[in-house]
Design a binder for this molecule. Structure first.
Ligand code: SF4
Ligand code: SF4
Length: 319
């Protein structure tokens, strides 16, 4: 199970695809998580075999008490993964470097500043190179059918510092407008193959994984065979995300960001594992209620290994 703890709703970027958009806008929860809340969330994590947490936001490194969070999680022997955009000041970089044995990173390199501002891009790449020498560093890319990837060429200089690459789809937020339609789906395959082949051509040989939200019909047979050789994929669409839990500063949890404002559960009095199971069961109920006539006629449609359950539920919800 992946435990995502959203410690702040502040961010210094405005990604158009931001999966946390609904959370960042809401006034219903405290902007910053308190240390006391964080401590209770860690205590609700009762699985001693799996002691990893993921700090997310917003930009988690903007939390005013980041050192307090790192200290507490370290004392309780958690490994920490920080999901950051890497646009950080020197003091934060120095603080993070002092936790090098506990903390690994995934840097979002699809931010507007990374893509369009060469000074910021160079700064983030220096950070990748610096942290890549002392700990595990991955990068994440979020794609739409219209994503251009020219800026990826610059990653060549830091390829050897990166330990993994995650590629995700810009999933919509339930209740908002979809930014692409079903007829745009095949373009995702071309964007994906283009990114993978660029990474391999520039000498990146390590792990590439996919996030949830991809569907089988985004790929031609040739693209799918190429992709399978190069990436780890857990399953199509929602099936790539079983066992995720996101916990917010108000001590409520949800299963995925697009539905964060539609369905959440308080974690008080329950373990994170039990809460996650309940959230997942609810997610499956929503899936079972979908009436997607195109998918139901599709030979790939269904439940289980290699079956495609249809697009991101939030996408379907918005149609
Ligand atoms: S609804 Fe499914 S595909 Fe969409 S974000 Fe949630 S788990 Fe991922
Ligand atoms: S089930 Fe739907 S989303 Fe999945 S491959 Fe078939 S048509 Fe595409």
């Amino acid at each position: 199970m992946h435990i995502n703890i959203n410690i702040t709703n502040y961010c210094n970027q405005k990604c158009i695809f931001c999966f946390a958009g609904a959370e960042l806008k809401t006034e219903q929860i405290p902007k910053n998580m308190s240390l006391a809340t964080f401590s209770r969330i860690l205590a609700a994590h009762t699985d001693n075999k799996q002691k990893t947490i993921r700090l997310m936001g917003g930009e988690p490194c903007l939390h005013e008490n980041l050192s307090g969070f790192l200290d507490l999680a370290s004392k309780k022997k958690f490994q920490i993964h920080i999901f950051s955009n890497g646009i950080l000041n020197k003091e934060t970089v120095a603080l993070l470097a002092s936790y090098k044995d506990r903390v690994a990173y995934v840097f979002n390199i699809s931010t507007p500043s990374f893509q369009h501002n060469v000074l910021v891009r160079n700064r983030v790449m220096r950070l990748i190179s610096h942290f890549g020498q002392i700990t595990n560093v991955g990068v994440s890319l979020t794609i739409t059918p219209f994503t251009t990837t020219d800026y990826l060429e610059d990653l060549k200089t830091v390829c050897t510092s990166i330990h993994n690459v995650r590629i995700g789809v810009a999933n919509p937020i339930a209740g908002e407008k979809n930014s692409y339609s079903l007829k745009d789906f095949p373009r995702f395959g071309s964007v994906m193959v283009n990114i993978i082949s660029k990474l391999r051509a520039m000498g990146y040989e390590k792990h590439i994984a996919l996030n949830c939200g991809l569907t089988r019909c985004m790929f031609s047979t040739t693209q799918f065979s190429y992709m399978k050789k190069h990436v780890e994929y857990m399953g199509w669409s929602c099936f790539a995300k079983e066992g995720n839990i996101d916990v917010s500063s108000d001590e409520t949890a949800f299963h995925c960001f697009p539905f964060s404002r539609e369905y959440r559960l308080p974690i008080k009095g329950r373990s994170l594992e039990a809460t996650s199971n309940k959230l997942f069961a609810h997610h499956m109920q929503i899936w079972a209620q979908q009436k997607n006539s195109i998918c139901k006629k599709c030979p790939h449609y269904g439940f289980g290994a290699d079956r495609c359950p249809g697009p991101c539920l939030a996408f379907q919800h918005n149609q």
